[in-house]
Design a protein around this ligand. Structure first.
Ligand SMILES: NC(=O)c1ccc[n+]([C@@H]2O[C@H](COP(=O)([O-])OP(=O)(O)OC[C@H]3O[C@@H](n4cnc5c(N)ncnc54)[C@H](OP(=O)(O)O)[C@@H]3O)[C@@H](O)[C@H]2O)c1
Length: 265
């Protein structure tokens, strides 16, 4: 099977999203990078973002090298709401005044056992995984609704609907993301803005690189039998952002190799 990077460097260009603009949070690496590169290959003009400017620029360079359009913007999504609002406005300005597609991907997953989670980790989980998407939607969805057109894809997690004996708070933030998705679909859907979630399974990224063995162990009993590749998540996001998904509102699409639905052993 081709690796994630091989697939990302050999993407076939198409016009699925030509003329659209997209803001992908946390796209300087991991799943977000794959999403940014796939959306750009399908014609979208993309904002690549993260805290580290060099990493974001590296992804922009890869997109431009493949004849796509992208811009790097840095932001700390764990920051206070006024900074997130300013980031949303910078993204709109950079994209010519319009964000058509918002992908709330940036997320953190610190902590392990409940009693060991620090106050800082609790704060980061709330601020990055729930508050920042909420602020970005509050800022950008009303203007999508004015145009009667927009797509928001939130990145959830397979862990949101399964009890596991570790990381209790992280999946709770992702369960909140799924519920926000349903509520936002009800709130903005009638005005032309579709809101959906993609829920990844255990995926090999920089963020999970220190637990690569654990990922292999976790996924070997699933139907897919191996960790998810970031590009697999990106294909699902592209679909939900596209007109092909015109009648999909408030859904959660599991792209998890079957880990949440099955227990083969
Ligand atoms: N990997 C998995 O197994 C898995 C499974 C289910 C769901 N997910 C979800 O998928 C999403 C992406 O995960 P990933 O594994 O790709 O993560 P990752 O490898 O750790 O990458 C995270 C990305 O987000 C950025 N980021 C992190 N914290 C940020 C902050 N405070 N402000 C702005 N940008 C920030 C990082 O860039 P900088 O470091 O430059 O800021 C990077 O671009 C997350 O929402 C995660 O919860 C992941």
């Amino acid at each position: 099977m081709d690796t994630n990077e091989e697939l990302l460097t050999s993407l076939t260009a198409d016009n699925t999203l030509t003329g659209r603009t997209a803001l992908v949070t946390g796209s300087s690496g991991g799943i977000g990078e794959a999403i940014a590169r796939v959306l750009a290959a399908s014609g979208a003009e993309v904002i690549v973002s993260g805290r580290d400017a060099d990493r974001a620029q590296g992804v922009v360079d890869a997109i431009v090298k493949a004849d796509g359009r992208a811009h790097a913007l840095t932001a700390d999504l764990g920051a206070e709401p006024p900074e997130i609002r300013a980031f949303a406005r910078r993204a709109e300005d950079t994209l010519g005044g319009r964000v058509d597609i918002l992908v709330n991907n940036a997320g953190v997953y610190p902590g392990f056992l409940t009693e060991s989670v620090t106050d800082e980790e609790m704060q980061a989980l709330w601020a990055t995984n729930i508050r920042a998407p909420h602020v970005l939607v509050a800022e950008l969805a009303p203007r999508m609704a004015e145009r009667q057109s927009g797509a928001i894809v939130n990145i959830g997690s397979w862990m949101a609907r399964v009890g596991v004996p570790y990381k209790a708070l992280y999946p709770a933030t992702k369960a909140a993301v799924e519920q926000l998705t349903r509520a936002w679909a009800a709130e903005y859907g009638p005005r032309g803005v579709r809101v959906n979630t993609v829920a990844p399974g255990a995926t090999a990224t920089r963020g999970t690189s220190t637990s690569a063995d654990q990922l292999t162990e976790m996924t070997k009993g699933t139907p897919a039998g191996s960790p998810v590749r970031p590009i697999d998540i990106a294909y699902a996001v592209r679909f939900l952002a596209s007109d092909e998904a015109a009648f999909i509102h408030g859904a959660t699409l599991d792209v998890d190799g079957g880990i949440a639905a099955t227990r083969l052993r």
